[in-house]
Design a protein around this ligand. Structure first.
Ligand code: ADP
Ligand code: GLC
Length: 493
């Protein structure tokens, strides 16, 4: 089965969050399971530079939204790991360095509607009767997030251009429903969809054009990245206005938990760490902790519990709770190391916190892949207090690194971390800590529970070792996706 995997970011070429990690790891896992998978990425400078053996395929692509007149080419190359990847070579749309969605001023690019309509149109072009790549025609298009949300709409609404005799199946994966790709109604003039599609039974989303809505409406199959989140997005609180549509389509919606690429995230063979370690030999973890304390200007104290944060600093990640609970944590002897970038008020809050607690709180505002690995390895606890979390990857990395995740019970966090209640500790199931309500009281109480357990190193070690042996590899999810692709093909036929 041939799968075109349409995504707007992919590690290590371009990454703003977990979607990049999924795009890097799931296609090779699908390939190992027998599928013929190719990525389609926007031709950002980092993509054109990072793909090897790039060469044009097929004819120039006509009528690309936002490209008045010019007809860009599709290029085919390889990711560093060998996975075949197409890049849409449209410099007018993607030839901009830095963040893929925002300019240097922190604002969304004003032509995002056209840029990502073009990406979707180019994906659809692979299914045109004449094809795009004469040597390769997908059976299923797997679109990710709002950036690829129009892919299913083009296949369903433009059969004159795409789909041919047998339309390929479409799958849309929602990585985060909070990001909608919402554009003004006049966008309809640019994106080559019939104006009749601007309707509640179509792409209209609360008076605007919704790219994620379009995908949710037209895709044969919908997935999201954890079973709990697939339920949550059918509720008023977490459905972002799509709960009605998703409830109606519940029989087409499934939650498939993300996996971890243990080729990248494994403390036994992670070249970014000062010392390796494993469940069988934890010696290196103490070395990693000392190095981390030094890197963050923290007191070099083996006995002080060190909590870490590696995250986008946004409200939905719940890190304001950490800001508020940090004073109590430090007073009780804890340390905190934070790596993140995001909303200015939150960045400022963490800078201030570090200034108030020298030696106990260290903060690095920025994006640093290497440091994120060293935090995972050197810390005792990883804090993920998200208000909502579709899956979350950092808590899965923490488990592998024997760093106990302390999470709010929501989405994928609820599905992957087993709270160290007395019963779970006794029967050996516990892998971390979790709390319910997004309040300072609850996180503070949870931190106190963690501290109490930290004071019992024998017990802590048992839990950490158990966490390290949990398997969240991509093999099982890849099999689930393959089954889903078959279902999507059947639906489309
Ligand atoms: P989300 O996609 O919502 O940001 P995930 O937990 O799924 O959340 O994925 C976040 C990914 O981004 C992880 O790989 C994490 O290590 C990484 N990450 C987040 N912030 C930073 C940062 N400041 N520096 C380096 N890596 C980061
Ligand atoms: C999104 C979600 C995150 C998820 C990631 C990969 O960015 O916020 O929870 O892990 O996508 O699916």
């Amino acid at each position: 089965m041939r799968i075109l995997f349409v995504t707007s970011e992919c590690y290590p070429l371009v990454k703003t969050g977990g979607l990049a990690d999924v795009s890097a790891a799931l296609p090779p896992a699908l390939a190992r399971a027998g599928a013929d998978v190719r990525l389609l990425l926007p031709g950002y400078p980092a993509v054109l530079k990072g793909l090897s053996d790039l060469a044009p395929v097929g004819d120039p692509i006509p009528d690309l939204p936002g490209m008045a007149g010019a007809a860009p080419r599709m290029l085919l190359g390889r990711m560093p790991d060998g996975t075949p990847a197409y890049a849409l070579d449209a410099p007018a749309l993607f030839g901009r360095p830095g963040n893929p969605y925002m300019g240097p001023d922190g604002r969304d690019w004003p032509d995002n509607a056209q840029r990502f309509a073009a990406l979707a149109w180019a994906a659809a072009a692979f299914t045109a009767p004449a094809g795009l790549d004469p040597w390769w025609r997908p059976d299923v298009l797997h679109a990710h997030d709002w950036q690829a949300g129009l892919v299913p709409a083009y296949l369903r609404l433009r059969p004159d251009r795409f789909g041919g005799e047998r339309r390929p199946g479409t799958v849309l994966t929602i990585h985060n429903i909070a990001y909608q790709g919402q554009f003004p109604p006049w966008t309809m003039g640019d994106i080559h969809l019939p104006s009749s599609a601007y309707a509640i039974d179509g792409v209209e989303y609360y008076g605007s054009v919704g790219y994620l809505k379009a995908g949710c409406y037209y895709a044969d199959r919908l997935t999201t990245v954890s079973p709990t989140y697939s339920q949550e997005i059918q509720t008023d609180e977490q459905g972002a206005g799509l709960e009605g549509l998703l409830s109606v389509r519940a029989d087409r919606l499934s939650g498939i938990l993300n996996g971890v690429d243990y080729g990248v995230w494994d403390p036994a063979r992670d070249p970014l760490l000062p010392a390796p370690y494993s469940a069988g030999d934890m010696g290196g973890k103490a070395v990693c902790k000392t190095a981390l304390q030094e890197a963050f200007g923290l007191e070099r104290a083996a006995a002080r519990p060190l909590a870490a944060v590696v995250s986008r600093l946004t409200w939905h990640k719940g890190l304001d709770l950490v800001l508020e609970a940090a004073g109590g944590w430090v007073a009780a002897g804890g340390q905190l190391a934070v790596l993140g970038t995001g909303e200015p008020w939150m960045e400022q809050g963490f800078r201030q916190l570090a200034a108030w607690h020298p030696g106990s709180v260290g903060v690095r505002i920025g994006y640093d892949e290497g440091l994120s690995h060293r935090l995972q390895a050197g810390a005792d606890l990883l804090l993920v207090p998200s208000r909502s979390e579709p899956c979350g990857l950092t808590q899965l990395y923490a488990l592998k690194y024997g760093t106990l995740p302390l999470v709010r019970r929501t989405g994928g966090l609820a599905d992957t971390v087993i709270d160290a209640t007395p019963a779970a500790v006794n029967d050996g199931a516990a892998t971390g800590f979790s709390f319910g309500a997004a309040t300072v009281r609850e996180i503070a109480f949870c931190l106190r529970r963690a501290l109490a357990l930290y004071r019992r190193p024998d017990r802590w070690q048992v839990i950490a070792r158990h966490a390290m042996t949990r398997d969240f590899g991509w093999e099982a999810p890849a099999r689930e996706y393959l089954e889903l692709y078959r279902a999507a093909q059947t639906d489309a036929a």
